[in-house]
Design a protein. Sequence first.
Length: 142
Amino acid sequence: MYRVGEVESRSTLRRWCIEHANSIDRPISLPVALGGIFFAAYLGFQGFFAVSCLAVDYGCLLTWTMYSGRSPSPDIFVEWKSGGEATLAEIQQKYGVGRVLGSKVDEGKWVPPHLCANLPDAQFVRLEFRRPNRTERFSCAP
């Protein structure tokens, strides 16, 4: 093969460069190395917080509920004065009240007063939260 001192013409130099292009050790530049470290750390950060939502009993960190399969919204029940109860879905279907307009609406704050105001036969509105397991009751008494 050719050595750098033996290269005599352009075509010979071009042939030598093509033959040895992959064998030359080039150091990795600092920006490329830092970019790779940042990218790996970013993916690790995302993975850690998504998996941590599966292990905690309180709300998911950074509101990453889409990865954990958990919903922060409570199950809503109306207890009637006659002794029965109905779910929010049944009330929406039968009476057309209690509609939640978006996923960012805090149902625990806005839905119970709305149901008590629009359903005169309601005695209590019960909210059952899954994580953590707790139940809240709101009285509809005047």
